[in-house]
Design a protein around this ligand. Structure first.
Ligand code: KIV
Ligand code: ZN
Length: 393
C-alpha cells in the first residue's frame, strides 16, 4: 500500500478540510451572519487550514452569497462548495466559487443500501451512474473535485470500491468516505480506508478523506484511525460542532497528530498556537458553549484541582500534562484551589500573590482555608486575601 501511495504526489502533511461553516453551521440552533462567517473564514485561513468548505450554494440565496463572498475575500486557502450530484447544484456552486484563488467542488451521494432504498430510491447501478455524471459535469469548472459517498460507514464494501473506481476514472481527485451516522469503530474505519486504497486499482490517483460524525463519541478516534489507514485529508469543525452530536474536532486532530507524531508519522500545517483563539471565536459567534472538560480547548483542560495532581504539576508539569498549554495559545496551567488542594498548591498561589509565611502561620492559614473550601467549590484570590488578613493565630 505504501508504495502505491507514494506513486502519486501525496501531500507531505495531513490536509485539513474545515467544514465549520457548512457541516458546523448545520448544528441545530446555529445561524451565522456574513460578517461572522468572514471573520471565522479569515481566522481559519490564517491558522493554516488547507481547504475551507464555505457552504452549500444552492441551498439558499444567503448561502450562495456567503460562498461567493468568502471566495472573493479569503485568500491562501482552497474554497470549497458542497453540491448534490445534480447539474444545477454544480452550476450554482461553480458560479459562487468563481472569485476564489483556488476552488473545489464537493459533490456526491449516498452509497449505503439504507440511503439508496429509503432516501434516494435508486438502485446501486443508478446511483453510481448519477455520481459519475456529476463528477464529469463538475470537471467542466475545475479539476479539483471531491466526491463524497454518504453513509460509507454502513455501506457494502464491494459496492463502495466500485463507486470509488468509477468516480476517480471520471475525474474525482479526493474521495470522501463519510461515516455520516457515526456508526463505525476505529478499527473498522481504518480497515475501510486501507481496504479502499488497497483494493481499488486507480486509488493512487486520489487523496482519501475522513469525515466522521460523533454519535458514539468516536469521531476523533475514527478520523485518526483513518489517517493510519492511509487517508491524507481530514474533515473537521472547530469545537467539533455539526449535525446531531457533531463532527470531528479540528483542535483534537491537529494536537493529536502533533503530540503523537511517533504513532501517526505525519502532522498538519495548522498553527497550533491559534487553536484556543479559534475555539473562542467560533463559540462566541455560534453561541455554542464549549464544555469545561472538552479536550484541548476546554476551560479545565490545563487546570488541576486535587492535591496530588497539584503537587506533581508544581514539581514538574509533565507529571500530569501531556500538552503544554502554550502549544494551543493558553497562557499557562492553572492551579484551582478547592477542598481537595494540598499545602503545596496553597503555598504556591499565596507566593504568586506575594505572601510568604513561616511554618506556624502557614498551618493556621491552611486550616482556615480548608474550612472555607468545604463550603465553597473554588477558593479565589479575594478569599485568600481575606484569609491572610484575618488574625489567625
Ligand atoms: O456527513 C456527511 O455524509 C456529509 C456529506 C454531505 C459530506 O456531511
Ligand atoms: Zn457530515
Amino acid at each position: 500500500m505504501e508504495a502505491r501511495l507514494r506513486a502519486f504526489a501525496m501531500p507531505d502533511h495531513v490536509l485539513i478540510f474545515d467544514t465549520t461553516l457548512r457541516d458546523g453551521e448545520q448544528s441545530p440552533g446555529v445561524r451565522l451572519n456574513m460578517d461572522q462567517k468572514l471573520e471565522i473564514g479569515r481566522a481559519l485561513a490564517a491558522a493554516g487550514v488547507d481547504i475551507l468548505e464555505a457552504g452549500f450554494p444552492i441551498s439558499s440565496p444567503g448561502d450562495f452569497l456567503s460562498v461567493q463572498t468568502l471566495a472573493a475575500e479569503v485568500k491562501g486557502v482552497t474554497i470549497c462548495g458542497l453540491t448534490r450530484a445534480r447539474e444545477k447544484d454544480i452550476d450554482v456552486a461553480a458560479e459562487a466559487l468563481a472569485p476564489a484563488e483556488s476552488r473545489r467542488i464537493h459533490t456526491g451521494l449516498g452509497v449505503s443500501d439504507n440511503h439508496l432504498e429509503h432516501k434516494l430510491r435508486m438502485t446501486r447501478d443508478e446511483a453510481l451512474e448519477v455520481g459519475v455524471k456529476a463528477v464529469r459535469h463538475a470537471r467542466r469548472y475545475t479539476d479539483d473535485i471531491e466526491y463524497f459517498m454518504e453513509d460509507s460507514g454502513r455501506a457494502d464494501r464491494d459496492y463502495v470500491c466500485r463507486v470509488v473506481e468509477a468516480v476517480i476514472d471520471a475525474g474525482a481527485t479526493t474521495i470522501n468516505v463519510p461515516d455520516t451516522t457515526g456508526y463505525t469503530t476505529p478499527g473498522e474505519y481504518r480497515e475501510l480506508i486501507a481496504g479502499l486504497i488497497e483494493r481499488v486499482p486507480n486509488s493512487h490517483r486520489a487523496v482519501f478523506s475522513c469525515h466522521c460524525h460523533n454519535d458514539l463519541g468516536m469521531a476523533t478516534a475514527n478520523t485518526l484511525a483513518g489517517v493510519l489507514g492511509g487517508a491524507r485529508q481530514v474533515e473537521v469543525t472547530v469545537n467539533g460542532i455539526g449535525e446531531r452530536a457533531g463532527n470531528t474536532a479540528l483542535e483534537e486532530v491537529v494536537v493529536a497528530l502533533h503530540i503523537r507524531e511517533d504513532v501517526y508519522g505525519i502532522t498538519s500545517r495548522v498553527e497550533t498556537q491559534r487553536l484556543l483563539e479559534l475555539s473562542n471565536l467560533v463559540s462566541r459567534h455560534t453561541g455554542m458553549i464549549v464544555q469545561r472538560n472538552k479536550a484541548v480547548v476546554g476551560a479545565n483542560a490545563y487546570a488541576h484541582s486535587s492535591g496530588i495532581h497539584q503537587d506533581g504539576v508544581l514539581k514538574e508539569r509533565s507529571t500530569y500534562e501531556i500538552i503544554d498549554p502554550r502549544l494551543v495559545g493558553a497562557a499557562k496551567s492553572e492551579i484551582i484551589l478547592t477542598a481537595r488542594s494540598g499545602r503545596h498548591g496553597l503555598k504556591h498561589r499565596l507566593a504568586e500573590l506575594g505572601f510568604r509565611f513561616g511554618e506556624d502561620r502557614f498551618e493556621a492559614i491552611y486550616s482556615a482555608f480548608l474550612e472555607i473550601a468545604d463550603k465553597k467549590s473554588e477558593i479565589g484570590d479575594e478569599d485568600l486575601r481575606e484569609l491572610v488578613s484575618a488574625d489567625l493565630i
